[in-house]
Design a protein around this ligand. Sequence first.
Ligand SMILES: [Mg+2]
Length: 425
Amino acid sequence: MSKAILQIDGNNFYASCEQLIDPSIKGKGLVVLSNNDGCIIARNSEARKMGIPMGQPYFKSKNKLNQLNIKVRSSNYELYGDISNRLMQILRRNCEELEIYSIDEAFGSIQRPKEKCLYQWGKNLRALVYQNIGIPISIGIGETKVLSKISNHLAKKIEKNSGIFDIGIIDNKDPYLNLIKVDKVWGIGKRMSTWLNSKGITNAKELRDISSTQIKEKYGVVGIRILNELKGNLCIPIKESSSDRKEISVSRSFSYPIDSLEELRQAIIKYVLIASSKLRKYNQLSSAITVFTNTNIHSQDYYKNKATGKINIPTSDSRIMIKISLELTQKIFRPYRKLIKAGVILHKLQSNKYKQKILFNQKLIKEDLSQERLNHIIDKINNRSGRDTINWGSSMIEKEWSPRREKASIIKTTNIEHIPIIYAK
Ligand SMILES: [Mg+2]
């Protein structure tokens, strides 16, 4: 038995989620826009085939999208986050280890019976995910993370693989590594691939065969690790825990520049509430908050600023965080600056298992407990009926500056109000 490393990812994830809740889009072209409806950040395979490029500003592609009858959606992270949670739960139940790598990607591991291909195992997992949540996934299998990533590329690239590829049972990997451009190798950034290209290294096979002294001189242990992983020696382990995140960051661009303190305060409160509910979801506490804002980088009087405040007793209480972040907001605000973005970072996170209790003061202990209960009730209601169903008064003011989301789908998986009603006679 040996350990097989898996790399699993949702195909065209954002577009797949949108298709899932609106089957009328199925078979048609679809693109998803970035925050504020800025650029195209995701396409389904139909839109890709029609030649719609990634990253293009929406206003530039609007006509073409109309002509080709391609559907457009604003990004709906609440929906994608919910589908992602469901996907990861199924993967966790079916892998021995699981590392959630991004919203639609995970590394995992399972024991491989001697010399046995895991194709059938992958096929079953793929079917299980599709039956349960309706999202197509690709599965790459190999001896290491780098090889499983390559396998995943091959699973997608070669149609007959139908979404699964296991490079781990192939002795002569050369023909497959030849197909992978060096910049597609996991861990190789733009600068490293330019340097490798200048040395005549263009694909994964050539990279595997480069002398290790040459790569060590230039990229040290990071380069050696990639090389060893390409050779099939596991150097980058699976990191299982997702709860030991170091910080939580929430930031957004405004739909138009704002220049009043009141608007900046409202934005910051909103982001603090999102961040603190995430903190409670992961059973963590924070002991420092940073707030930041900036104007357009191309503007003549470019301005950016941030301020950090310490929280004396680590907390996940929205009320305390709002209070501190509003003091910080006052510090970073300057009149007449046209601010286009703001955000909040909660850092120095720790598990709430070790919460430091306030000693001796009965009144404070009681207050702390009731506050904790209140926060949890708010989270529960918002989880059930949609974000902002109930919240702090200061965050409920009408917000015109909120990011533009003109083409947002209705969330049908996180809000009970959005569940379709079926009438039977
Ligand atoms: Mg993906």
